[in-house]
Design a protein around this ligand. Structure first.
Ligand SMILES: [Zn+2]
Ligand SMILES: [Zn+2]
Length: 155
Protein backbone atom coordinates (compact mmCIF):
# COMPACT_ATOMS: atom_id res chain seq x y z
CA UNK A 1 0.00 0.00 0.00
CA UNK A 2 1.32 3.49 -0.81
CA UNK A 3 2.28 5.84 1.98
CA UNK A 4 0.79 9.29 2.30
CA UNK A 5 3.10 12.24 2.77
CA UNK A 6 2.30 15.38 4.66
CA UNK A 7 3.91 18.53 5.91
CA UNK A 8 3.19 21.47 8.17
CA UNK A 9 2.36 24.97 6.92
CA UNK A 10 6.01 26.10 6.72
CA UNK A 11 7.37 22.77 5.50
CA UNK A 12 9.89 22.33 8.33
CA UNK A 13 8.17 19.14 9.47
CA UNK A 14 7.53 16.40 6.90
CA UNK A 15 6.07 12.99 7.66
CA UNK A 16 4.48 9.95 6.12
CA UNK A 17 1.85 7.47 7.21
CA UNK A 18 0.72 4.12 5.80
CA UNK A 19 -2.58 3.35 4.13
CA UNK A 20 -5.30 2.24 4.45
CA UNK A 21 -6.36 4.87 6.96
CA UNK A 22 -8.05 3.69 10.15
CA UNK A 23 -10.70 5.36 12.26
CA UNK A 24 -11.00 8.44 10.06
CA UNK A 25 -13.05 11.03 11.87
CA UNK A 26 -14.04 14.66 12.10
CA UNK A 27 -13.85 15.72 15.74
CA UNK A 28 -16.29 18.48 16.61
CA UNK A 29 -15.28 18.79 20.29
CA UNK A 30 -14.57 22.23 21.68
CA UNK A 31 -10.96 21.34 22.45
CA UNK A 32 -10.27 20.50 18.80
CA UNK A 33 -12.16 23.58 17.64
CA UNK A 34 -10.06 25.84 19.85
CA UNK A 35 -6.77 24.07 19.22
CA UNK A 36 -7.21 24.19 15.44
CA UNK A 37 -9.09 27.47 15.09
CA UNK A 38 -11.56 25.54 12.96
CA UNK A 39 -15.11 24.15 13.31
CA UNK A 40 -13.78 20.58 13.40
CA UNK A 41 -10.58 18.66 12.74
CA UNK A 42 -10.12 15.49 10.69
CA UNK A 43 -7.78 12.73 11.74
CA UNK A 44 -6.84 9.10 11.28
CA UNK A 45 -5.47 6.90 14.06
CA UNK A 46 -2.44 4.64 13.72
CA UNK A 47 0.19 2.98 15.84
CA UNK A 48 2.82 5.41 17.05
CA UNK A 49 5.65 3.68 15.19
CA UNK A 50 3.72 3.92 11.91
CA UNK A 51 4.10 7.71 11.89
CA UNK A 52 7.45 8.40 10.21
CA UNK A 53 8.86 11.88 10.75
CA UNK A 54 10.95 12.53 7.62
CA UNK A 55 12.36 15.90 8.65
CA UNK A 56 12.05 18.60 11.28
CA UNK A 57 11.62 16.38 14.33
CA UNK A 58 13.43 19.04 16.38
CA UNK A 59 10.65 21.54 15.63
CA UNK A 60 7.86 19.37 17.02
CA UNK A 61 6.55 20.70 20.32
CA UNK A 62 3.72 19.45 22.51
CA UNK A 63 0.77 21.06 24.25
CA UNK A 64 -0.64 18.85 26.96
CA UNK A 65 -4.32 18.01 26.59
CA UNK A 66 -6.53 20.64 28.16
CA UNK A 67 -9.99 19.34 28.99
CA UNK A 68 -11.64 22.61 29.94
CA UNK A 69 -15.13 21.33 29.42
CA UNK A 70 -15.06 18.40 31.81
CA UNK A 71 -12.11 19.34 34.06
CA UNK A 72 -10.35 16.03 33.52
CA UNK A 73 -6.65 16.10 34.22
CA UNK A 74 -4.41 15.74 31.21
CA UNK A 75 -2.27 12.59 31.24
CA UNK A 76 1.34 13.68 31.48
CA UNK A 77 2.63 11.66 28.54
CA UNK A 78 0.06 12.69 25.96
CA UNK A 79 -0.93 15.78 24.12
CA UNK A 80 -1.24 17.74 20.90
CA UNK A 81 1.91 18.03 18.83
CA UNK A 82 2.59 20.97 16.53
CA UNK A 83 5.32 22.62 14.49
CA UNK A 84 7.00 25.27 16.63
CA UNK A 85 8.09 27.18 13.51
CA UNK A 86 4.62 27.76 12.04
CA UNK A 87 2.11 26.46 14.58
CA UNK A 88 0.54 23.80 12.36
CA UNK A 89 -1.12 21.01 14.30
CA UNK A 90 0.47 17.69 13.37
CA UNK A 91 -0.80 14.84 15.52
CA UNK A 92 -2.08 13.87 18.97
CA UNK A 93 -0.76 10.97 20.95
CA UNK A 94 -3.19 8.93 22.97
CA UNK A 95 -2.94 8.58 26.74
CA UNK A 96 -2.14 5.03 27.85
CA UNK A 97 -2.02 3.57 24.33
CA UNK A 98 0.68 3.35 21.63
CA UNK A 99 -1.46 5.33 19.19
CA UNK A 100 -1.37 8.68 17.43
CA UNK A 101 -4.11 10.54 15.62
CA UNK A 102 -2.69 12.42 12.64
CA UNK A 103 -4.46 15.53 11.33
CA UNK A 104 -5.21 14.76 7.72
CA UNK A 105 -5.42 18.36 6.48
CA UNK A 106 -1.62 18.37 6.25
CA UNK A 107 -1.69 15.65 3.57
CA UNK A 108 -1.97 16.93 0.02
CA UNK A 109 -2.71 13.77 -1.93
CA UNK A 110 -5.34 12.50 0.44
CA UNK A 111 -7.46 9.71 -1.05
CA UNK A 112 -11.25 9.88 -0.95
CA UNK A 113 -12.30 9.50 2.69
CA UNK A 114 -15.63 9.14 4.48
CA UNK A 115 -15.01 10.41 7.99
CA UNK A 116 -17.29 9.55 10.85
CA UNK A 117 -18.27 12.53 12.97
CA UNK A 118 -17.60 12.44 16.69
CA UNK A 119 -18.61 14.83 19.45
CA UNK A 120 -21.41 16.23 17.32
CA UNK A 121 -23.06 17.38 20.56
CA UNK A 122 -20.85 20.47 20.17
CA UNK A 123 -20.97 20.66 16.36
CA UNK A 124 -21.49 24.20 15.05
CA UNK A 125 -25.02 24.62 13.70
CA UNK A 126 -23.67 26.02 10.43
CA UNK A 127 -21.66 22.86 9.76
CA UNK A 128 -23.94 20.56 7.78
CA UNK A 129 -23.46 16.81 7.61
CA UNK A 130 -24.83 14.56 4.90
CA UNK A 131 -27.98 12.72 5.96
CA UNK A 132 -26.16 9.40 5.81
CA UNK A 133 -23.00 10.61 7.58
CA UNK A 134 -21.85 8.36 10.42
CA UNK A 135 -22.15 10.48 13.54
CA UNK A 136 -22.00 10.16 17.32
CA UNK A 137 -22.93 12.55 20.11
CA UNK A 138 -19.63 11.70 21.82
CA UNK A 139 -17.68 8.67 20.55
CA UNK A 140 -18.86 5.34 19.10
CA UNK A 141 -19.60 2.81 21.84
CA UNK A 142 -17.14 0.36 20.30
CA UNK A 143 -14.24 2.82 20.21
CA UNK A 144 -12.11 0.77 22.66
CA UNK A 145 -12.48 -2.30 20.42
CA UNK A 146 -11.64 -0.29 17.32
CA UNK A 147 -8.53 1.11 19.01
CA UNK A 148 -7.48 -2.35 20.14
CA UNK A 149 -7.78 -3.70 16.60
CA UNK A 150 -5.38 -0.97 15.39
CA UNK A 151 -2.92 -1.82 18.16
CA UNK A 152 -3.19 -5.55 17.42
CA UNK A 153 -3.01 -5.23 13.60
CA UNK A 154 0.33 -6.66 12.62
CA UNK A 155 -0.21 -6.06 8.88
ZN1 LIG B 1 6.00 24.31 10.27
ZN1 LIG C 1 -11.68 16.71 19.53
Amino acid sequence: MPKLQGQCYCGAVRFQIPTPLNLVGNCHCMSCQRAHGAPFATNATLRTEQLEILSGEQFIKTVKYIYRDNHERAPADSGRHFCSECGSRLFNNWPDAPLVSVWLSNIEDLPEITPMNVNVATKRPWVFLADDAEQYETFPFDLPARLKSIIDDVG
